[in-house]
Design a protein around this ligand. Structure first.
Ligand code: FMN
Length: 401
């Protein structure tokens, strides 16, 4: 139970700071007490008075405030909580955390603590996708900092993309999960997930690919990591940012994807959400194919790619306990997926209708039929993130049953 626990909330200087007020309300509703620290820039967006009124506590803003030090030293402040939550976590705060800077109260607290930290990044899409921020997040995740979000969507700056702070309800949920160890039900489990399309080269500049966005596979990797699993994501080229707290291997071809999966074994769970090309060009041209004025159109001779799902399902010794494949079908979804489960030798198939009318490929929603040894479960239409969370819960159920 998270009730009775204490959170130190660090509010950075971003537009999303206003959402921190709602977060305080939601945490307190769960019986979690909140003490707030506001950065100098944060004070430009929300007032200490609002935070103080909602936390019913003093709000800390200044490292060199004598009264703060007399009442509660900054070291003590960072240790007085069960969890430190940084929301919004600005690009600046993430960079300071990574570098170990301690030039103000917020960064000093973050450096002076061994209390677990959950960060909710919020920033402009270009700030978030910048190599510096991505590297900072990767390093911080490796050091054990947990992340929630950011979400993708319209941003206050008028742009669209990943960078929007996770909604306060989702952050409150993640805080409660972090404060309650039973909420990490997949802790100790290893998982490998594939995502995105594969690119199969024709010549050095051309390739055969498909329209997979990677949204579903990436969401699954993130949901398993949030449930406590140690996750490796092997992904083809996508526009999705690397999920925080996940080891990500970027590959292009089906053969590289298989090698990436094999390198991630042994694992307890394998989920193959990638849209792997069934065939590749038999012989990749070493140089760019030219027209050369000839009217003859070159014929592409194809050969079969390795079948990753079947290969891993059939492994001796190293076969993960639970192997899950996806079936992207455009007709007779359940019969085709049931037949695929038997043919591949996997445990479950997540069957989805990807006919163009459904908008599943590249879209945000998915209607899943889960095919197991017991038959088909029809899931309602959910967002891909919701599908991922439901799948993580279903996997937990499987391992605890
Ligand atoms: C209007 C405005 C909005 C801003 N929004 C963000 C934001 O959403 N995320 C971010 O990382 N920085 C944002 N910044 C920049 C930060 O406020 C700036 O980097 C500041 O130094 C962060 O300080 P802090 O990390 O100590 O809170 C914004 C700046 C302005 C003027």
């Amino acid at each position: 139970m998270s009730s009775g626990k204490r959170v130190l909330l660090i509010v950075g200087g971003g537009i999303a700071a206003y959402k921190a007020l709602e977060l305080v309300r939601l945490l307190r509703k769960r019986g979690i007490s909140v003490r707030a620290v506001l950065t100098k820039a944060g004070e430009e967006f929300v007032t200490p008075l609002s935070l103080s009124a909602l936390t019913e506590d003093k709000v800390y803003t200044d490292l060199f405030s004598l009264t703060d030090e007399a009442e509660m030293g900054h070291i003590q402040l960072s240790r007085s909580a069960d969890l430190i939550v940084v929301a919004p976590a600005t690009a600046d705060l993430l960079a300071k955390m990574r570098a170990g800077l301690a030039g103000d109260l917020a960064s000093t607290l973050l450096l002076a603590t061994d209390t677990p930290v959950l960060a909710a990044p919020a920033m402009n899409v270009r700030m978030w996708t910048h190599a510096a921020t991505q590297e900072n997040v990767k390093v911080l995740a490796e050091r054990g900092i947990s992340f929630i979000g950011p979400d993708e969507g319209d941003m206050a700056c008028g742009e669209f993309g990943p960078g929007r702070m996770a909604e306060p309800t989702a952050i409150a949920e993640a805080v409660a999960a972090q404060l309650d160890p039973a909420a990490k039900p997949l802790a100790g489990k290893r998982a490998v997930v594939t995502s995105g399309p594969t690119y199969e080269p024709i010549d050095p500049v051309r390739y055969i690919a498909n329209r997979s966005s990677g949204k579903q596979g990436h969401a699954i990797a993130a949901a398993l990591a949030a449930a406590g699993a140690e996750v490796t994501l092997v992904t083809g080229p996508t526009r999705e940012p690397d999920p925080a707290g996940v080891t990500v291997r970027h590959i292009e071809t089906a053969r590289q994807m298989l090698a990436g999966v094999e390198a991630a074994l042994p694992a307890d769970i394998a989920i193959f959400a990638a849209a792997v090309a069934d065939w590749r060009v038999a012989e990749e041209a070493p140089q760019k194919l030219k027209k050369n004025g000839s009217r003859e159109i070159p014929a592409l001779s194809m050969t079969e790619n390795p079948d990753i799902l079947k290969t891993v399902s059939g492994l001796d010794g190293k076969r993960p306990a639970l192997v899950i494949g996806f079936a992207a079908e455009t007709e007779n979804v359940i019969p085709h997926a049931t037949e695929k489960r038997a043919r591949k030798g996997c445990d479950w198939i997540m069957a989805n209708d990807v006919s163009p009318a459904t908008g599943t490929f590249g879209g945000d929603a998915n209607t899943i039929h889960l095919i197991t040894g017991d038959g088909a479960e029809d899931w309602p239409t959910l967002t891909k993130k919701e599908v991922a969370v439901k799948l993580a819960a279903r996997i937990t159920e499987h391992f605890t049953a």
